[in-house]
Design a protein around this ligand. Structure first.
Ligand code: FAD
Length: 316
């Protein structure tokens, strides 16, 4: 049997092909570190490939198509020498001085440093039409999509700080916002709750959940709410549904090897991108509870590359 271990020990391996990963690859390539980036087998380019218009990434006066932006980021990193493999890393051993990451074919790739940029996924309701109506009335990001919902009636699902923030933000555009929460009390901090309660445009449906998402001519045609106590249902006539029930960072691979916080995000020594394991850095939404934007992910991707560069320089 052939030993799958490749001969090379790279300076740096990047895991993840979103703005954080591509930016880390660009910076490390320009630093002559010949990075190798693994960018997933089915989801190359990260979260922005699932959206159309991105209007808040600087440098594009009229906005830019999400997939185009990601293709350009990739092309730029490749132009400066980054190597890309569209495959998943399925296991890692980050403990030693030389890190090992294994791809889906069982090949082990080795490097002196690793930058983790695996992102996070929005938690879904798991209802029919949810995916198909995404970008057609259903959204997971008010900052990204709120602008497209002027004078609309919107429902926001969730009871935490994010849901309150999304609801409050959306009142800038929406005619009305209904917050739907499964329990009788919100989980959000008092400050966020009070801000939402004080807003005339926001109303609350407590002890309620979304029972049905209605599709109408390929667009969101309303939702059906179910009372979680009585089981009664009622229709809500909305054309916007924002789901704010949390995110799951993609960190299963790293559990037990690097420190994660209570919600599974990678802990870093902020403002650096250093994890608790020497030579392992993390950037983007896999770290970030708060901002979760393409530009902030790209920013921390750059920081991770600079941190890795310094680590490698100090090690030689
Ligand atoms: P991601 O973009 O999530 O990329 C992570 C990548 O790593 C993915 O491709 C994933 O498949 C890959 N990966 C994970 N595990 C592995 C593994 N084991 N091996 C190999 N690869 C792996 N932000 C804005 O600023 N403006 C917007 O308009 C905007 N619109 C959005 C619209 C939608 C629908 C969504 C979902 C998000 C939007 N965002 C927007 C948020 C933005 O996309 C994210 O903040 C940003 O993409 C995070 O970048 P990232 O590099 O950390 O992670």
């Amino acid at each position: 049997m052939t030993d799958p271990l490749t001969g090379d020990v790279r300076e740096v391996i990047v895991i993840g092909s979103g703005p954080a990963g591509y930016t880390a690859a660009l910076y490390t390539a320009r630093a002559q570190l010949e990075p190798l980036l693994f960018g997933s087998s089915i989801f190359v380019g990260g979260s922005l490939t699932t959206t159309t218009e991105v209007e808040n990434f600087p440098g594009f006066p009229e906005g830019v198509d999400g997939p185009v932006l990601m293709e350009n980021m990739r092309a730029q990193a490749e132009h400066f020498g980054a190597e890309m493999i569209d495959d998943d890393i399925v296991s890692v051993d980050l403990t030693g001085e030389i890190k090992e990451v294994t791809d889906s074919e069982g090949t082990v790739h080795r490097a002196k440093s690793v930058i983790i940029a695996t992102g996070s996924g929005y938690r879904k309701l798991g209802l029919p039409h949810e995916d198909e109506l995404f970008g057609r009335g259903v959204s997971w990001c008010a900052t990204c999509d709120g602008f497209f919902f002027r004078d609309r009636d919107i429902v926001v699902v969730g009871g935490g700080d994010t849901a309150m923030e999304e609801a409050t933000f959306l009142t800038r555009f929406a005619r009305s916002v209904t917050v739907v929460h499964r329990r009788s009390a919100l989980r959000a901090s008092k400050v966020m709750q009070n801000r939402a309660f004080a807003d005339d445009k926001i109303s609350f449906a407590f002890d309620s959940e979304i029972a049905e998402i209605k599709a109408e001519n390929g667009m969101l045609g309303g939702v059906v709410l179910r009372d979680t106590v009585t089981g009664e249902t009622r229709a809500l006539d909305v054309t916007g549904l924002f789901i704010a029930i949390g995110h799951d960072p993609r960190t299963e691979l790293f559990t037990g090897q690097i420190d994660l916080d209570d919600e599974g995000y990678i802990k870093v020594e902020a403002p650096s991108t250093r994890t608790n394991v020497p030579g392992v850095f993390a950037a983007g939404d896999v770290v970030d509870h708060t901002y979760r934007q393409a530009i902030t992910a790209a920013g921390t991707g750059a920081a991770a590359a600079l941190d890795a560069e310094r680590y490698l320089a100090a090690a030689t």
